[in-house]
Design a protein around this ligand. Structure first.
Ligand code: FE
Length: 292
């Protein structure tokens, strides 16, 4: 270290990434009849590598969700559940149990196998949240399972002018998030913007990135992004930034990004591996009771 600190060079203003495509998502049901909107569907897995799926639950009608997700397996990736409203109780085959409440996150690494249930519990009727699936690199797909329940107060926040960024994973403006993933440099931010507020995030242009607004509307580099749609951001060479501006009613949105793994993706339901052979093995292991 020099005794003399060089004046900090002002970084060159990188280009703002435009919206490449707006995806409305598909209304679907999963588990025991839970109605949800699947925003990241299987056909987008290559485009949004390392992310495999994004579901948005959001309903005021308990009949739409109360059946929940009874016991089901996972292998080969991570599930990240972020509750906005309502509660979700999870139990797994290793005997763990936890209750997700608004603002909290469950980050679960299925690795070689987990069998768990995810059951919504009523709280004033409403239930709203996201479940995101993040792929694991091939060498980690059969690692030991792991999970962490992250309470709302344990999620670091960055405060800007009219902006709160909750840093679930990665880092924003020097605030290091609750979870770090070296292989994929996963970034997961929940952004609360006052009317007209601007949020900027530096991001390598090669990292795939998307935004979902869940309250109000956003403007991203000249494109109006309405609520509950998936906005895929264009890639670019070099460093880029993401620039989000809230509409006149303010906005809440998640920004998700990551470095692509560029490995083959083989999926059969809740198993995501690299080859068909590995999928057959997963099904075999599950049927024989060897998965978890
Ligand atoms: Fe699950």
């Amino acid at each position: 270290m020099s005794l003399h600190t060089a004046p900090q060079a002002q970084p060159a203003l990188a280009a703002a990434r435009p919206v490449e495509r707006l995806v409305p998502g598909q209304a679907t049901q999963d588990g025991a009849g839970v109605r949800l909107t699947r925003l990241l569907t299987q056909d987008l897995q290559r485009r949004l590598d390392p992310y495999l799926m994004l579901d948005l639950f959001g309903t005021d009608n308990p009949g739409d969700y109360i059946g929940g997700f009874p016991d089901h397996p996972h292998r080969g990736f991570e599930t990240i559940t972020y509750m906005l409203q309502g509660r979700m109780r999870h139990r797994d085959s290793a005997g763990h149990e936890g209750l997700l409440v608004p603002g909290s996150v469950q980050w679960m690494t299925a690795g070689r196998g987990v069998i768990h249930s995810e059951m919504p519990e009523q709280q004033d009727g409403a239930m709203e949240g996201f479940q995101l699936w993040l792929n694991l690199p091939a060498r980690d797909k059969l690692r030991e399972p792991w999970y962490r329940d992250i309470a709302s107060v344990e999620i670091p926040e960055w405060q800007g002018s009219g902006v709160t960024a909750r840093v679930i994973a990665g880092a924003s403006h020097g605030v290091v998030g609750a979870v770090q993933r070296a292989d994929t440099a996963a970034l997961y931010l929940d952004l609360h913007l006052a009317p007209g507020a601007l949020f900027e995030q530096a991001l390598p242009g090669s990292h795939n990135a998307f935004v979902v607004t869940y309250r109000g509307a956003l403007d991203i580099a000249g494109t109006r992004v309405p609520a509950r749609q998936l906005a895929i951001l264009a890639n670019a060479s070099g460093d880029t930034r993401v620039e989000l501006r809230a509409g006149p009613e303010g906005a809440r949105a998640i920004l998700v990004a990551g470095r692509p793994l560029n490995e083959p993706i083989a999926q059969y339901g809740p198993f995501v591996m690299n080859t068909r052979q590995e999928i057959l093995q997963a099904v075999d292991d599950f049927r024989a009771g060897r998965l978890a």
